[in-house]
Design a protein around this ligand. Structure first.
Ligand code: SAH
Length: 221
């Protein structure tokens, strides 16, 4: 076993399983996707550390536990059509791509979108499409989605995203409840079209910047 294989096993057993990630499909996806391919060359040895890592443009690749937690909370099934907002490195989208039929992921920073798209084709993740745009508007032309996962924290759940959920669909999004305090929220579209909302976990994400997020340049930019 090389060091990265060992680190990947530690991630699975201790950072995921021990903390309650039990969905076998999620665990298998986390085992399959090579996280070292999504981080900067000099961070490869730390790819499986139990923390977020910096990527370009001052953004981050989420901690493995959070990627797995969000995928599990969104209950992504084979055959699902998934929308991700905040492609970043593309790692989260690649994991979701192992679970769903198709993933569309949106990134507002063009250079990040371009390098994520390049990675997807190099690694043959051909059910993942990367779009450079403001994800707070969703992707109306491809809606509805069975699951929507947002990997940046907004001031509220954007209505545009709620409306693009299929009946039975799940939206997982970090929302800033009070200054600096974020909660991961699960929104479910019920059979009668109404929405239920549940807080899942305290989290720390970069800001969601856009028309239905924080407007213009904010704190971390
Ligand atoms: N899922 C990513 C984590 C990315 S961090 C990964 O696995 O690497 C969050 C990303 O959201 C950042 O790249 C940031 O630029 C992006 N982002 C912020 N606001 C956005 C918006 N309105 N639309 C699309 N992407 C946005």
């Amino acid at each position: 076993m090389n060091d990265l294989t060992l680190a990947r096993q530690t991630m699975l057993n201790h950072h995921l399983l021990d903390r309650g990630i039990e969905d076998e499909r999620v665990l298998a996806a986390m085992e399959r996707v090579p996280r070292e391919e999504f981080v900067a060359e000099q961070a490869r040895d730390h790819a499986y550390d139990d923390r977020p890592l910096p990527i370009e443009e001052g953004q981050t690749i989420s901690q493995p536990y959070i990627v797995a937690f969000m995928a599990q909370a969104a209950a992504v099934r084979e055959g699902d059509r998934v929308l991700e907002i905040g492609a970043g490195s593309g790692y989260g989208a690649a994991v979701l791509g192992q679970l769903a039929a198709r993933v569309d992921t949106i990134e507002r920073i063009e250079s990040l979108a371009a390098s994520a798209a390049k990675r997807m084709s190099r690694l043959d993740y051909d059910n993942v499409r990367v779009h450079a745009a403001d994800g707070t508007r969703g992707l109306r032309e491809l809606a509805p989605f069975d699951a929507i996962i947002v990997t940046a924290a907004g001031p509220a759940v954007p209505d545009a995203l709620r409306e693009q959920l299929a009946i039975g669909g799940r939206l997982v999004i970090p929302v800033e409840r009070r200054y600096g305090h974020q909660q991961l929220v699960l929104v479910t579209r019920e059979d009668d079209g109404s929405f239920t909302e549940r807080d899942l976990l305290g989290v720390a994400f970069v800001p969601l910047v856009g028309e239905h997020g924080y407007r213009g340049a904010t704190r971390s930019e």
